[in-house]
Design a protein around this ligand. Structure first.
Ligand code: UDP
Length: 353
């Protein structure tokens, strides 16, 4: 069987690291990777392929740095040409980016079966581009691999046939288990001279594209008066410059880090503050409490279990969320499977005739 996998953004590289390794073990499956270069900076892309041994993409599409419509449209056109030439038996997409949707749409129109890993998640906020991508991709998919029963319920509520839905756990838990002992301390860490710190990431368009929201977030981080390490996404860096935001002295902005350094930061932090989907779950896997800079989350189980608090972008609420939850430890209850997601998916794919 020939599988064409469409990747484009950092969280997808991290998921592919585990799954491509699993696919490689299976004799009758050939995987070809298309990289849309939605993320293209070396520390947002190359570093993951190198340190996580992800197979080299056969196709690079240079579609990054565009508006949503232009990016998705160009990806659709180019991916369709590749599918016509490669004639895959199955197309594999991950998560909720424009590349996910473009891959699924190109495949569905050519009647190529689509497998969606991390299907069924819903934040119920259609202002998030990711939510639109999730809903549409799920409607187009033939094999929907969901991380939890709640995700399955979301799909059933949208009329998706139960036979297409497979509860397999979260592939990022497999990744966590594989890499947790391979962590690497960032070279710059000792020069910061910090005894303790809070790890923070900020990249959602709903936060970065609104000057007031981003200002309030930095105000809340500043008011907490804790040491905050912030590996910052290129878009957020540009927005800080554009909005001329003042960054308080307790906030240490660094370049985005590779996954192994990220694991080190997650292991050693006192708390995680983030608007990332993936980092919310990694906080849980590492037993760290998470303060989420959003009004809602697609990882609802974490909030329901009391492992994650949603603070939105009000400075006082963010400050209190940080101070109140500092050093809280949580325990893993296998909310997202047992770390065998890749094997469960490859078993299902290997049986396709
Ligand atoms: N990540 C990383 N380096 C960083 C920030 C995040 O390797 O500087 C990893 C993080 O550990 C997680 C993934 O990127 O595995 C999350 O991706 P991102 O936050 O970009 O997207 P989302 O999960 O919100 O879709």
């Amino acid at each position: 069987m020939k599988i064409l996998t469409v990747l484009g953004a950092r969280p997808q590289f991290i998921k592919a690291a585990d799954f491509s390794r699993a696919l490689d073990q299976i004799d009758n499956i050939e995987e070809i990777i298309i990289h849309t270069e939605q993320h293209y900076d070396p520390n947002m892309s190359d570093i993951f392929f190198e340190e996580m041994n992800i197979p080299k993409p056969k196709y690079l599409l240079q579609t990054g740095g565009k508006t949503h419509g232009a990016m998705t449209g160009q990806q659709l056109e180019q991916i369709e040409n590749i599918f016509l030439y490669e004639k895959p038996d199955l197309v594999l997409v991950y998560g909720d980016t424009n590349s996910t949707l473009a891959g699924a749409l190109a495949a569905a129109k050519l009647h190529i079966p689509v497998a969606h890993v991390e299907a069924g998640l819903r934040s119920f906020n259609k202002k998030m581009p990711e939510e639109i991508n999730r809903i549409l991709t799920d409607q187009l998919s033939d094999y929907l691999f969901v991380p939890s029963l709640l995700a399955k319920k979301n799909l059933l509520n949208e009329g998706i046939n139960e036979e297409k839905i497979f509860v397999v756990g979260d592939i990022m838990y497999d990744v966590f288990l594989y890499y947790k002992e391979k962590k690497v301390k960032p070279a710059w860490f000792d020069s910061l001279n910090l005894n303790n710190f809070i790890l923070c990431t900020i990249h959602r368009a709903e936060n970065t594209d609104d000057k007031n929201k981003l200002h309030n977030i930095f105000e809340g981080l500043s008011l907490s008066n804790k040491n905050i390490i912030l590996p910052l996404y290129p878009r957020t860096v540009n927005k800080i410059k554009e909005y001329n935001l003042n960054i308080a002295k307790n906030i240490y902005i660094v370049e985005p880090v590779g996954y192994l350094e990220m694991v080190w930061l997650e292991v050693n932090t006192d708390l995680i503050v983030t608007d990332s989907g993936g980092v919310q779950k990694e906080a849980y896997f590492h037993g760290k409490y998470c303060v989420t800079l959003r009004e809602e989350t697609e990882w609802i189980e974490l909030v329901d279990q009391g492992f994650n608090t949603l603070v939105g972008c009000n400075a006082e609420v963010i400050k209190n969320g940080i101070i109140f939850n500092l050093d809280k430890h949580i325990s893993n209850k296998n909310l997202y499977g047992t770390g065998v997601t890749s094997t469960l998916i490859t078993d299902i794919l290997s049986d396709i005739r």
